[in-house]
Design a protein around this ligand. Sequence first.
Ligand code: ADP
Ligand code: MG
Length: 752
Amino acid sequence: MTARVDERLERAFDKRTATALGKLGLATVGDLLGHYPRRYADPGALTDIAALEVGEHVTILARVEQATVRPMRNRQGALMEVVVTDGSSRLSLTFFGKHRGSLYNHEKRLVPGAKGLFTGTVGLYRGTRQLTHPDFTLMGEESDLDSDEALLEHATKPIPIYPAAAGIPSWKVQGALRVVLDTLTDPDVPDPVPDEVLQRQGLPPRAAALRSLHRPATMEEAYRARHRMRFEEAFVLQAALAQRRARTAAEDATARPPLPAGKASLLADFDASLPFVLTDGQRAVGDEIAVELASPRPMHRLLQGEVGSGKTVVALRAMLQVVDAGGQAALLAPTEVLAAQHARTLRALLGPMADAGTLFGAERTGVSTRVALLTGSLGAKARKEALLQAASGEAGIVVGTHALLSEHVQFADLGLVVVDEQHRFGVEQRDALRAKGRVSPHLLVMTATPIPRTVAMTVFGDLETSSLTEVPAGRAGITTVAVPAGNTRWTDRTWARVREEVDAGRRAYVVCARIHPDEETKAAAKDFDDVPEFLDQTGPGAEGAERPPLRAVLEVVEELRSRPELAGIEVGVLHGQMPPDQKESAMARFASGEAPVLVSTTVVEVGVDVPEATAMVIFDADRFGISQLHQLRGRVGRGTDPGLCLLVSDAEPGTPAFARLEAMTQTTDGFKLANLDLELRSEGDVLGAAQSGRASSLRLLRVVKDAGLIEEARTAAADVVRASPDLTEFPELAKAIHAQLDEDQEEFLERA
Ligand code: ADP
Ligand code: MG
């Protein structure tokens, strides 16, 4: 017997209704049941009309105050104008008819005192807000879908308000659901949450929860139902992650134990050549990783750490252990600039150790290797060479961007995959790279944006977590100052400060939000060297016309080259549209001090490491998100000299944008800033940026607010997966996980 929820809507309803519901993306009875109310209207309280915004699609509960019909002035036909009210504000509804008679029905129904739901898009006509030809349903009337009792008859029950579309107003969805719910029995609705879990959590079965969600007698009942559905979301997600963990734990991996002390090894040589001592944290996490790499089970670890806490060194040491043991390591970086920098750092640190036998296929001696760099825009020759070095095993370390994921890339013996700045990659990409090993390679994922524990649990829930909490000693700290834009005194002072830094042998970044002065903001965003979202479009005036245009790299660089304060100083340029060799040379000239001032886009945001850089000027700072500013700022003050970060903006005090900048000036604690950021951002942004796909399956769950619930779900899910690892005992849960993975997969393919 197929479950009732799989029934197509065309079978359950007449064609017209099914087609209308189809406009909302609903195909089956199950889809309809999963179309949750966006909110509930209190039948005793009319909707606050003053709060409605022009352009918004709304469903409001209001009372008719007056209604008039008159012939049209300029053309044939009649016009009916109805004024509805919430008791204080008014909204006008207009209906046109071919002639007065065609409005007769409306005239009869929309009489003063009539109360009902009205839906449409709020428009503006001569300064008055109005709905044109709104759909409506009135209390005490029969709905066209329902013959027994009117939808709004029970004036005490909350009225569910559904996401609607033209031709399918909220109450039609409600009517369709009523038909389904009236005949729905508990067994009709399979429940992915096992009975014993429901009992332990004190939650109702799925069918009951759906009934309460769509037809609550009280708001409490609706809240309880939402809680139960939220738990289900968390539970299914956590079960999927628990299965992933269990599967990985059962995989075979090649053990890559460290070489015994005294034996010539890359790792030992590297450690000896480090110009600093490792922090206690780096040592502890390093030991943890070393042990896991030595095990025949794949490591699956997330390394979280504040910007500048020294994650890269930890990753390099892990890679060298694997190379020492005869394997290869791949380092996946989110941008070309970062990939090139990692390759450069590695080669510099390894020195002669990175010059292994230049003969193709030469045997590795155990104390030298090669570092290959593979990015999307390499020339054919360089690319071929890098591919050969990876495939032959000549390169013990292969650094690259997502170009590493291409099917042409092969490894002789891939033992470790390191993903730097993970928030830019999805699970699928991680897996694509791991699939290149003969047996499962070990995995180390690094993320610099400190993320709250519950986000880690949700997004990286299949990984074990290590954290670097301290930054290396001897850092002098960063001072952050908000600078008003367009103030000459401040501007002069800013460049004078930059001059001072340069004269003292240090470097300064100047960051702009876009490349070309005459380019649309959004067009520029796309060019940022595969940085997906860089501007905070939610900020006030993100599209604003009254604000001065965003400063652009190409304009600012010209300005700086002619500023008296910077006379004689070479000013470099870096942005995502430059060819890779130019990008690399710009970075190199900046790092060496040849061009100690660098005007760039956010390509320097992640991971770029120039210890001599002490100053950063960020233009239009209010247009960036907090975590992004934090990342950017993390580029300076990485050495022993104090850092200075100037946030230039014209944000007005009292605005959220200003609040963000203020927060930046007050703390450098990434965790505090991350939490604040979460408060200011929508969930979709958080998960969407963190990992492709996941956001789609979370509809009610809020990773920060629902922290406790996620913890409970995680524990419950782990128990269930332990009891039945392949979930044969819980077929409905298995089905729900599959459905969710399919959805994620689809989303991923769409983005690719
Ligand atoms: P992140 O965690 O942001 O990736 P990096 O690994 O880039 O940080 O390290 C930041 C800077 O600190 C680099 O210049 C690195 O060489 C330096 N560094 C790393 N570990 C230490 C340490 N133990 N002592 C001093 N400096 C260190
Ligand atoms: Mg880094």
